[in-house]
Design a protein around this ligand. Structure first.
Ligand code: 4AD
Ligand code: MG
Length: 445
């Protein structure tokens, strides 16, 4: 028995005879020589089957291998600069080959397929190079998020997915039947984070969140993952410092750990190398002025129409994209009109029409990746806001109570994982950033 090795570790085994277990990505060659591209989940390696090196029946099996058949291959590891693969530069001279299961008519062939077809076959599409690379980057991003928070005094405290009350806009609630009573899938863990903040000071939750949003944009998912830190005794300015440090750390970790994956997806890494603190911080007022100036200059009527904005309106995608294009790093926009933001946001002192909120807009048209604010910490004011927005106050008793026992100024934000992945990977649509996307028109597979 030879040692079973993972392709990602292949460099450590040059000159040794090893066994690999995986799937046939593709196969080329003719006559006496066949090249099998083997993938094992950790990487891809060229396996060279030369007729004289292996038993005849096994060579015949190698010749007949089909795409995605599962195999076990034993051979000698060689370093060869020209060998393709992930990581490239190594190959195996095959000595033995065992077919585990022969795949017949694998539906995803090297020819071009339409997106809907690929999404229908998502359970198989995940095996393709691009998807493999994207989801590996997603894993690095998740780890970077958690590592940074764990190393900076935050405690992971999980929040429930089934909730009795809305945390954000009531129009996007997913209602479920909770033994005859209505309940909702969490839109955010924030309200519970605020309670947890009272117990642990600096907390975060990280889990799936749900929005029954009838939007079909390239930035919206029905189910998405959100990282939500919440910090006691924190101002909006300190919150921006935290977001800036976290986002910078995430990008640096991807650059450090995923060069190969970034190359597979052909990401322009120079755009990512620029992402260093500090990021520009502009107020909503200034953002509106900048957009209005751009609107005034614009000569393209279609563009002009899209850039139209009046103070008080929320930004749409075209506004966010135009603003982000004015900077080559992410940009913070703070103090939005209270009317377009959630009930819990602290009004600005002496100017209650705007609130202590901040959105972080990603470069290259990826829009808002983080949304956060200072939270109202005065009970009477919070109660007023709940009533103004016609929220059922009885469901928020515990949340109000947090303002009665040692209330403190505090702030937090939510960072959308999939939008962050889309931006860092440079993908046109969030559907490829999550293993199984839930979209307005899709819940299969
Ligand atoms: O701005 P949002 O709605 O903020 C909250 O939910 C706050 N309670 C978070 C907090 O302060 N703890 O969402 C935060 C982020 C957005 O910036 C965006 O990146 C992402 O979550 N997001 C979505 N991502 C994909 N699909 C959707 N439908 C999303 N909605 C929000
Ligand atoms: Mg938001």
């Amino acid at each position: 028995m030879t040692a079973i090795v993972r392709i990602e570790d292949i460099a450590k085994h040059v000159g040794e005879t090893v066994t690999l277990q995986g799937w046939v990505y593709n196969k080329t060659g003719k006559g006496k020589l066949h090249f099998i591209r083997l993938r094992d989940g950790s990487g891809q390696l060229q396996c060279v089957a030369f007729r004289d090196d292996l038993p005849e029946d096994q060579f015949e099996t190698a010749k007949a291998l089909t795409q995605e058949s599962s195999v076990r291959i034993t051979g000698v590891v060689k370093a060869d600069e020209r060998a393709p693969g992930f990581p490239g530069g190594y190959e195996i001279a095959v000595q033995a080959l065992e077919l585990i299961q022969a795949a017949v008519d694998y539906p995803i062939t090297p020819k071009e397929h339409g997106t809907e077809f690929l999404m229908d076959n998502r359970h198989l599409w995940l095996r393709s190079n691009r998807q493999w690379a994207i989801l590996r980057i997603r894993a690095t991003i998740v780890r970077a998020m958690r590592d940074w928070l764990d190393d900076n005094g935050f405690l992971l405290v999980d929040t429930p997915i089934i909730t009795p009350a809305a945390g954000e806009d009531t129009t996007t609630l997913f209602e479920i039947d909770y033994f005859g009573e209505p309940a909702y899938l969490a839109q955010t863990g924030q309200l519970y984070n605020e309670a947890n903040m009272g117990a642990f000071g600096r907390v975060y939750c990280f889990g799936p969140t749900f929005r029954a949003e009838k939007s079909k944009t390239r930035r919206h998912l029905i189910e998405f993952w959100m990282l939500e830190p919440e910090i006691a005794f924190c101002s909006l300015e300190e919150l921006m410092d935290i977001e800036e440090a976290l986002v910078t750390h995430i990008v640096q970790q991807v650059l450090a750990k995923n060069r190969m994956e970034l190359e597979i997806i052909e990401r322009d890494v120079t755009r990512l190398e620029r992402i260093t603190a500090p990021f520009a911080r502009i107020s909503y007022d200034e953002a509106v002025e900048r957009l209005q100036a751009l609107h005034a200059q614009s000569e393209d009527p279609e563009q002009k129409e899209l850039l139209q904005i009046t103070w008080g309106e929320d930004f749409g995608s075209p506004h966010e994209t135009a603003l982000a294009e004015m900077f080559d790093k992410p940009v913070f926009v703070y103090h939005y009109p209270s009317a377009v933001k959630a009930f819990y946001m602290q009004p600005v002192d002496g100017r209650p029409e705007v609130c202590r909120s901040v959105d972080l807009l990603a470069p290259e048209g990826y829009g808002e990746i983080c949304g956060g604010s200072e939270r109202i910490w005065d009970e009477a004011l919070l109660l007023d806001k709940l009533k103004q927005q016609h929220l059922p106050v009885e469901n928020y008793q515990w949340y109000l109570e947090l303002r009665r026992f040692g209330s403190v100024p505090h702030a937090g934000f939510g960072q959308g994982l999939e939008r962050t992945v889309a931006w860092i990977c440079g993908l046109p649509h969030v559907r490829e950033t999550i293993p199984y996307a839930r979209l307005l028109n899709r819940k299969y597979p």
